[in-house]
Design a protein around this ligand. Sequence first.
Ligand SMILES: C[S@@+](CC[C@H](N)C(=O)[O-])C[C@H]1O[C@@H](n2cnc3c(N)ncnc32)[C@H](O)[C@@H]1O
Length: 271
Amino acid sequence: MGFSSDWLTLREPADRAARDTPLLQRALALAGSDPVVMDLGCGTGSTVRTLAPALPPHTSWRLVDNDPELLAQAAEAAGPHSSSHLVDIDRLDQLPLEGVTLVTASALLDLVTEDWLVRFAAILTVPFYAALSYNGQMHWSPADPRDEWITEAFNRHQRIDKGLGPALGPTSVQRTIEVFEAAGFHVVHAESPWRVGPDSEELQRAHVAGIAEAAAEAPAEAGAEAGAEGKAESARAWGETRMAQARHTESVTGHGDLLIIPPSATEPVVS
Ligand SMILES: C[S@@+](CC[C@H](N)C(=O)[O-])C[C@H]1O[C@@H](n2cnc3c(N)ncnc32)[C@H](O)[C@@H]1O
């Protein structure tokens, strides 16, 4: 599946505001004094733009994505001390891990599988800062009686294969904690709820459109009767109502940030 550059750009300010600041500070400290940062699923470079101002100017970036156009935009953001790697993250053997001091990712873990996490945990020897994984929760104000049903349908859609196998979707935060803790890592979790208020009408409308379309295309619940067409229509009708209300709506979409620290790492004191 492809991610549009316009959507990633539109959501970047909300992503940045949602990130948990203390966890981000700890991740920066763990990068060391000569940081070499590998950003998995870098997209247009949102993580680079967020972290770079707080890292030394000589920081090296290794940008990894399987979309050449997004990768080119990230390379522009990362500047001269960067290398681009057009790699499918499923090919762990092709990741440029040599010499890396910190691995980063944002809005990626909900796309991966449990098998991928287990395999990645087996080769990871440096800290991993994984921000903004969707946790399955959505709240809307004002509320609509269809919100809960839409969230359930959206969450089922989140589990569809996004290129790596059945995606972890809304279970990604919990499963990542469990997999890495079982592999001996220390995992720190912080909530990073994504808030979109009436002042971000364009973002709210795009957010609603994406949710409604995913809910309309969601696989049926196990044991559900036929009637998929009616459900798709209902999901789209919810989207139209919410889009018409976008200027008066506040939405909170639950996300989690994780800092995954290998047993060998010593965490500097962050003042
Ligand atoms: C939701 S976007 C997040 C992009 C960026 N990290 C951000 O926060 O804006 C997920 C990114 O992962 C990339 N991606 C998805 N599956 C991938 C795969 N199997 N291998 C490499 N990159 C992948 C997509 O191309 C996209 O850039």
